[in-house]
Design a protein around this ligand. Structure first.
Ligand SMILES: [Zn+2]
Length: 564
């Protein structure tokens, strides 16, 4: 047997990049556009402490005072000033993808194009959210810098990475989804006449959702009040089912329940059946069918308000979650999943690069549980729904939508009613969503060993007289009902896990000696029971094999043990 000296290093979990200390504002604050260019400017911007408020596909939008602008110039960072008087202004990013959109926006206030199909909008007086022409999607800038949460570009996902089999237990849950319930859920919301966020009807719809979630026997239902657009208030409705193994690790299924129609009618009539009673009825139905099944991870169901004003409800939720240090592992946002302009209709999955794994899993779930075709689009500029504020706070999030660009002639009209929806497509989209959510949350099954917890990594270096070998040592908590364990690894978060051990491991420890420098790995472990049944997977652990890189998990040598 080799005699080895073992250097043990401990992993420091999730050290957030601490930016430079804030300094006093000098001079007027400008809103600037910084092109991304061939080399990402984020590292330089972070070193300068620049207040970046929006990432788009081709550029960043930032607030910068006179000192910041000097620093940018001196470091050779290109930028253009969009507005020189940005200190107390409310800016909206507005989608101007169709012919004439930009012209109608410019007629309503101050507008500057920042990339094709995207403009920044503000008004010299009053609320810009109320001035944006009906039909143009809009988003308020997040309340603080998003720069700490812009991660380096992950490796491109190979095709077929999510080719796991259909899970029969998940199928039994999915089979509980009822088309009649979905239609009734849309009808109930439509019957409020309008759910425009400034109306008492919208508030009444929130009360009704609160009651509906409460009736399902979940662990917690609460209102989440927030302010928006010049001191207005509205409420999200948040319902939660606590995880058995990982109560602090959360998957979110969400939608917005507020609605909008042209300015002349929105206070009295905005039925919003497709946009977005459809997504909200699906969230409620998902909560109903999942409620009786204990899951490993916590599942949070959220109905957001004031989405149509500029994503204010989800902005408040995502901001509060990050501020509280919540571990949100993934967000599935359903917005317009009931209208089919062609049959069969497919579902679009909009993601940023960090969230692409969610789209891969959704594509697979659509095939496994709904015979639903889908299409994945990776585009950081598609920000006009409630997934986007989660991107701003560094959480993986996906938008599921019937078409992008939209193909619904009733969109934001008083004619967006239940009779226009396609029940088969709506039900299929809901089934796929429930299938994906159940796969992520992992139902706890009778007769199976419990899911392992406490997975941790340490860097180890084996040294002999002639060489040294760097490896990753994994440990986890022992599970009383396990007779062995399996360890899986992938280079693509949540996808393509490959088992590293041959026979099940007897002890709760494994050393992975096949790691490459500069590679990030994702590990999970499972427990194997006496009859050979395998548990659900543990929470995924991200490990940068090469210590000292700027990954979320840093490996730092802590103590040295002599030869044993
Ligand atoms: Zn919507």
């Amino acid at each position: 047997m080799k005699r080895l000296a073992v250097l043990i290093a401990l992993a420091l979990a999730c050290v957030l990049a601490a930016g430079p200390a804030p300094r006093p504002v000098s001079g007027p604050v400008a809103l600037v556009r910084i092109p991304k260019g061939p080399v990402s400017p984020t590292a330089v911007l972070a070193s300068l402490g620049i207040d970046v408020r929006q990432e788009l596909a081709t550029c960043l939008l930032a607030l910068a005072d006179r000192t910041d602008l000097d620093l940018l110039r001196r470091r050779g960072v290109r930028f253009t000033v969009l507005d020189r008087n940005a200190a107390r202004r409310e800016f909206l990013v507005v989608g101007t993808g169709r012919p004439g959109d930009f012209e109608s926006l410019r007629a309503a206030g101050r507008a500057v194009a920042v990339e094709p199909g995207t403009a920044v909008f503000w008004t010299d007086a009053g609320s810009p959210a109320e001035s944006v022409p009906a039909g143009l999607p809009r988003k308020a800038l997040p309340p603080r810098s998003v720069l700490p949460y812009i991660r380096p570009r992950p490796a491109a996902i190979p095709s077929g990475a999510a080719a796991a089999a259909q899970d029969p237990f998940v199928e039994t849950i999915v089979a509980l989804v009822s088309s009649a319930n979905l239609a009734a859920g849309v009808q109930t919301l439509q019957d409020f006449q309008t759910r425009y966020a400034a109306t008492t009807n919208c508030d009444a719809a929130a009360e009704s959702l609160y009651s509906a979630f409460t009736a399902l026997g979940l662990d917690e239902v609460r209102f989440e009040p927030f302010t928006y657009s010049g001191g207005r208030t509205s409420r999200n409705v948040v319902a939660e089912k606590t995880g058995e193994t990982y109560p602090d690790d959360i998957y979110i299924l969400c939608s917005h329940y507020d609605s909008i129609s042209p300015a002349a009618t929105r206070e009295t009539l905005a039925p919003g059946a497709d946009d977005n009673a459809s997504g909200t009825a699906a969230v409620l139905e998902a909560a109903r069918v999942l409620a009786p099944f204990p899951t490993d991870f916590t599942v949070r169901f959220v109905a957001f308000s004031a989405e149509e004003w500029g994503l204010y409800g989800s902005r408040a939720h995502a901001f509060a979650a990050r501020t509280a240090g919540e571990r949100i592992l993934g967000v599935i946002n359903l917005d317009m999943i009931g209208y089919a302009n062609t049959v069969p209709e497919d579902l679009e999955y909009i993601v940023n690069e960090d969230s692409a794994w969610l789209a891969e899993l959704f594509l697979a779930a659509g095939g496994h549980y709904a015979a639903l075709a889908g299409r994945k689009t990776v585009d950081a500029s598609i920000i006009y729904s409630d997934h986007s504020p989660f991107w701003d706070q560094g959480y993986p999030a996906l938008l599921a939508i019937e078409d992008y660009p939209l193909n619904n002639p009733y969109y934001h009209q008083t004619s967006d009613t239940l009779d226009k929806l396609n029940s088969g497509f709506f039900t299929g989209a809901t089934r796929a969503s429930v299938g994906l959510l159940a796969e992520l949350a992992q139902p706890v099954r009778d007769g199976y060993p419990r899911t392992p917890a406490g997975l941790a990594a340490a860097a180890v270096v084996y040294s002999s007289l002639f060489n040294s070998l760097r490896a990753i040592q994994l440990t986890w908590s022992t599970q009383p009902d396990a007779t062995g364990y399996n360890v899986y690894r992938t280079e693509f978060s949540h996808l393509s896990y490959a088992k590293l051990n041959d026979a099940p491991l007897a002890a709760a420890v494994f050393v992975d000696e096949t790691t490459a420098a500069d590679q990030t790995y994702y590990y999970v472990v499972t427990a194997v029971g006496s009859t050979g049944l395998e548990s659900n997977r543990s929470r995924e652990l991200e490990v940068a094999a090469n210590s000292g890189t700027a990954a979320a998990l840093a490996l730092t040598p802590l103590l040295l043990r002599g030869p044993r």
